[in-house]
Design a protein around this ligand. Structure first.
Ligand SMILES: C[S@@+](CC[C@H](N)C(=O)[O-])C[C@H]1O[C@@H](n2cnc3c(N)ncnc32)[C@H](O)[C@@H]1O
Length: 208
């Protein structure tokens, strides 16, 4: 989802109080930006922000940080934020850098409709590849908790194998979320698009 040439995006990002600019300086000390000891959950690849904003509003006692690689996408989330949400922050960065940003302070990672990178030679770019699971190890505070939703069956199958090979245990799994119990679901932009087309949404929640 790369929107090109959003006019003034970098200026809007620079001026937003939601954006953490010195994100590497805060490594190990993220609770200081929220001024509390509440759990911190992150979404990698937050896109235009519907999920992370919805979660922050729904769960005020959890701190949320949305991570997105592209200015042109994260700016769309900032544009939605015309109210103050104290438990929400955003970082414009590539998740490849995640070990340089967090140190033993994250409770949950959400991966929603992540890019599937279908070619074998791009496997290391998938956010559930062993390469990324290794990066997440030092990011988590204690027990590790990942929640993933996707429309992509191949990525889902790959992720089940990758996560369980890496030692994660499955807590919940659904092959068709909207036909199962989804009472606490917060929809993402991609989820809405695929669900509206009648496609099944896959979900897995794992811990270690
Ligand atoms: C298919 S979109 C899904 C967006 C949103 N999570 C949703 O469900 O609507 C994937 C998003 O992940 C972002 N992304 C992909 N790889 C990333 C990475 N390595 N670091 C940060 N963001 C990434 C992309 O820029 C894109 O906005």
């Amino acid at each position: 989802m790369r929107l090109r040439n959003v006019r003034g995006a970098s200026k809007i990002i620079e001026q937003s109080d939601y954006i953490i600019k010195n994100y590497k300086d805060l490594k190990g000390n993220y609770k200081s930006i929220f001024n509390n000891n509440n759990p911190i959950h992150i979404e990698i690849g937050m896109g235009k922000g519907n999920f992370i904003i919805g979660m922050a509003l729904k769960y005020p006692d959890i701190n949320f940080i949305g991570i997105e690689k592209y200015d042109s996408v994260i700016v769309r989330a900032i544009e939605k934020l015309d109210i103050e949400i104290p438990n929400l922050k955003l970082i414009r960065m590539d998740a490849l850098e995640i070990e340089e940003v967090f140190n033993k302070e994250i409770d949950t990672i959400y991966l929603n409709f992540s890019d599937p990178w279908p070619k074998n030679r791009h496997e290391h770019r998938r956010l559930t590849s062993e390469a990324f699971l290794k990066r997440y190890d030092n990011v988590f505070k204690g027990s590790k908790h990942i929640v993933m939703k996707t429309d992509n069956r191949k990525l889902f199958e790959y992720s089940i194998i990758s996560l369980t090979d890496y030692g994660y245990k499955i807590k919940n799994i659904s092959l068709d979320m909207y036909n199962d119990d989804i009472k606490d679901n917060v929809q993402t932009e991609y989820e809405k698009k695929f669900h509206d087309k009648g496609m099944p949404i896959y979900k897995i929640e794992v811990f270690k």
